[in-house]
Design a protein around this ligand. Structure first.
Ligand SMILES: [Zn+2]
Length: 271
């Protein structure tokens, strides 16, 4: 289909034991049907079928007690079989430094935070502390941004909250923050006005199919150096998603950066 190396920077997998239950629960929460069964094994096969070189799995600790289990799995499987794993943190944990030290020592490059699922606003001082400590250790924070389909009426990460975080962490988190869903799912106009040009990355997960024209505008205004191709698999059909991405009609150089170049730098991998 194309000659590009591809890294999918935003996917979700669950350990085999709980995958079926987790997927069913999330499907019931209002999102589309899953296209994979949610196991890492399915994602490994899909990487081959979809001609995607690497995928990044972003597990989320929905309560403070899950952190260790998730992080030991992430540490064990990170970088194997074409999948990189983020680590998990939770705002209710006091021992953030220790958690991040463990991730750093395990070679994990990213953490995922999801304000809606973790019961705090993105500009909550506990998240700010997590991001500050992560940045100090050169760990990148990936944050859900904008509307989550499970909580459509109570958005926990808006562009204004992002601005609060950037001013609280003045310079500290520059280029070490990835905002999912092109800066804010269902917030394209505010993202264009308030966030484009800031020293953060946007991933392309999920939002592309909803409003591709606006997405192209965001990508062009923000610059291809700070955009990461991502799908939100299993919640989209990745082959279709790639078609939508290519239909944006970006230049070959822009495609190369977005599809793999920028992500490879963040993950420390070389083709
Ligand atoms: Zn996601």
């Amino acid at each position: 289909m194309n000659g590009y190396s591809i890294i999918d920077f935003h996917t979700h997998t669950f350990p085999k034991k709980i995958a079926a239950k987790a997927i069913a629960k999330l499907e019931a929460g209002g999102r589309s049907k899953a296209h994979l069964d949610g196991t890492p094994e399915a994602l490994i096969k899909a990487n081959a079928a979809d001609r995607i070189d690497y995928s990044v799995s972003l597990p989320i600790a929905t309560n403070a007690k899950q952190v260790e289990t998730i992080n030991s799995i992430s540490a064990e499987f990170n970088g194997k079989n074409g999948i990189f794993f983020a680590g998990a943190v939770h705002p209710e944990r006091e021992d953030i430094e220790e958690i991040l030290d463990f991730l750093k020592a395990s070679g994990i490059k990213l953490i995922k935070i999801h304000p809606d699922f973790q019961g705090a606003r993105f500009d909550d001082e506990r998240f700010i502390r997590i991001m500050r400590e992560a940045a100090k250790r050169d760990i990148v924070t990936v944050a859900h941004a904008g509307v989550d389909l499970d909580y459509p009426d109570d958005v926990h990460c808006t562009p204004d909250m992002v601005l609060n975080v950037l001013s609280a962490l003045d310079g500290i988190i520059d280029n070490k923050l990835v905002l999912a869903h092109l800066g804010g799912n269902e917030y394209p106009d505010e993202v264009l006005k308030k966030l484009c040009g800031k020293p953060v990355y946007f991933d392309t997960a999920y939002s592309l199919t909803g409003y591709p024209e606006k997405c192209r505008e965001i990508i062009r205004k923000h610059g291809a150096d700070k955009i990461l191709f991502a799908t939100d698999s299993p919640w989209v059909d990745r082959k279709e998603y790639l078609k939508v991405f290519f239909s944006l009609g970006l230049s070959e150089e822009e495609n190369r950066k977005i599809l793999a170049g920028n992500a490879a730098k963040l993950l420390g991998i070389y083709f």
